[in-house]
Design a protein. Structure first.
Length: 111
């Protein structure tokens, strides 16, 4: 089993959300993370809101969403690659460190 391809830009949000929440995620986090995206079409600039919830608690949010953001090649990091990143985590921004810590905890990787 390998990393599944990134969602296609032509997919609906619900299809992309299903891939993110159920397929491109480690088994120990399935059912714990939810992704949300809302677009306010009536707004002059069609701004929107995105959020990520962990166990029902909002852990990341943004008040505007740009659908033209570059798509990343691959949504999951495996345990071996994650173990190699342990020394570099502290040098990352705090918001990113929280995601690394969450993934390491879920994978049973000590920091």
């Amino acid at each position: 089993m390998g990393i599944k391809p990134s969602p296609s830009p032509g997919l609906s949000w619900s299809a992309m959300r299903k891939i993110l929440e159920q397929e491109n995620i480690c088994a120990s986090l399935k059912g714990r993370l939810q992704y949300f995206a809302t677009r306010y079409r009536g707004a002059h600039d069609q701004t929107g809101r995105v959020a990520i919830h962990l166990d029902g608690k909002e852990i990341l949010k943004s008040d505007s969403f740009d659908w033209s953001v570059k798509q990343h090649d691959n949504k999951r990091i495996g345990k071996r690659r994650l173990q190699k990143l342990v020394p570099e985590v502290e040098a990352q921004p705090e918001w990113l460190q929280s995601f690394y810590r969450l993934r390491m905890e879920a994978g049973g990787i000590a920091m």
